[in-house]
Ligand binder design. Structure first.
Ligand SMILES: *Cc1c(COP(=O)(O)O)cnc(C)c1O
Length: 369
């Protein structure tokens, strides 16, 4: 293979080529009927996605961020409240808490699996704490039994941030129905991605599902009858039609990611780089494939020069972001999250990644060492 070969970080173009006919057939009826807002396909997708997650209800919304935000609102969380999440998550998790007027309270992560460190959660609880948002980060589940036990002891709500973990299993059950609700993102690069923004909430609570359906539509219980100040945040019919097509392929795509991850692990071990640590209690759906390297800037530069796209998820933990200076956390507050942020490197990961491409990435990495 030549050095001019380009390996993208994700390859949505080649995925589209494989399903183009199905996608075109699915969106044509949406245009033909022109029911662009809350059309039939939204309801169909909601039923199918609830079924996929093993949850009773699903409510489609405009994004993963809104899925978190609307859920917090529907649970009555607002100014004066505190919501616990982890320091190494994507910024959308704490932002959704801030939008409600509540305060994000951060907890460190496990240094090996990057999931919320359940041993540190209880120390972060105060009389103001109303909820915990564990993030199923990078595609692996958080330790839900431990989190649910803490929530029960302190009478807290639990919202799973499942935006990176469609189909990941915790003790044999898919994420999405463990807490009061779960938030999913269908951002194009996610494991189940739309062709634009989209999101959904899954829950087993009928009351919460009903409240969320009103919340996403101007707070109306019936057309033009507004009971509270809701939002305009709906999953587009067109996106729902595309997501129905893609959901059928998701189990195969997840299996392909798992094969690519296994190929990476074998190749990395050969060159003495430790593969990502997997949790003992669940399955990984490999939204991201993250290794640690000491001289990251140099490694990333050389991979880029060799045509290998990489990422860093995320270079700055939440408590060190400028936007959250007002939370008052100092450097050193979350040592595991901070240490990881300096060393993590995300390698290309997508279902269409071939064994040849994996070999090329790892061979290039070896030359960087
Ligand atoms: C992507 C993501 C979100 C937000 O989803 P959007 O659809 O981009 O709004 C929230 N949390 C996590 C962990 C994510 O990865």
């Amino acid at each position: 293979m030549s050095n001019t070969q380009k390996i993208p970080f994700v390859d949505l173009v080649s995925q589209y080529r494989g399903i183009a006919d199905e996608v075109r057939a699915a969106i044509e009826p949406v245009m033909a009927t022109s029911r662009f807002i809350l059309g039939l396909e939204v309801k169909q997708f909601e039923q199918e996605f609830a079924g996929y997650c093993g949850a009773q209800y699903c409510v489609g919304v405009a994004s993963g961020t809104d899925a978190l935000y609307l859920t917090l609102c529907a649970l009555g969380i607002g100014p004066g409240d505190e919501v616990i999440t982890q320091a190494n998550t994507f910024i959308a998790t704490p932002l959704s808490i801030s939008y409600t007027g509540a305060r994000p309270v951060l907890v460190d992560c496990d240094p090996l699996t990057y999931q919320i460190d359940v041993k540190k959660v209880e120390a972060a609880i105060t009389p103001r704490t109303k909820a915990i948002i564990p993030v199923h980060l990078y595609g692996q589940p958080a330790d839900m039994d431990a989190i649910l036990a803490i929530a029960k002891r302190h009478n807290l709500r639990v919202i799973e941030d499942a935006c990176q973990a469609h189909g990941a299993e915790y003790r044999g059950k898919r994420v999405g129905a463990f807490g009061d609700a779960a938030a999913f993102s269908f951002y194009p690069g996610k494991n189940l991605g739309a062709y634009g923004d989209g999101g959904a909430i899954t829950t087993n609570s009928e009351a919460l599902a009903v409240k969320l359906r009103a919340t996403r539509e101007y707070g109306q219980a019936a057309k033009y009858h507004h009971d509270f100040k809701g939002f305009n945040s709906r999953l587009d019919t067109m996106q729902a039609a595309i997501l129905r097509v893609k959901l059928k392929h998701l189990p195969d795509w997840t299996a392909a990611r798992q094969r690519a991850a296994a190929a990476y692990a074998t190749a990395l071990q050969r060159i003495g780089v430790e593969p990502p640590r997997q949790v003992s209690y669940g399955t990984h759906v490999w939204h991201l494939y993250i290794i640690q390297v000491a001289n990251r800037a140099k490694v990333q530069e050389q991979l880029t020069a060799a045509g290998v796209a990489t990422g860093i998820h995320y270079p700055i933990p939440v408590h060190l972001q400028k936007v959250y200076a007002d939370l008052g956390y100092k450097r050193g507050a979350f040592p595991a999250a901070e240490a990881a942020a300096d060393r993590i490197l995300s390698l290309p990961m997508f279902p269409e990644l071939t064994q040849e491409q994996v070999t090329y990435v790892v061979d290039t990495l070896q030359r960087c060492a």
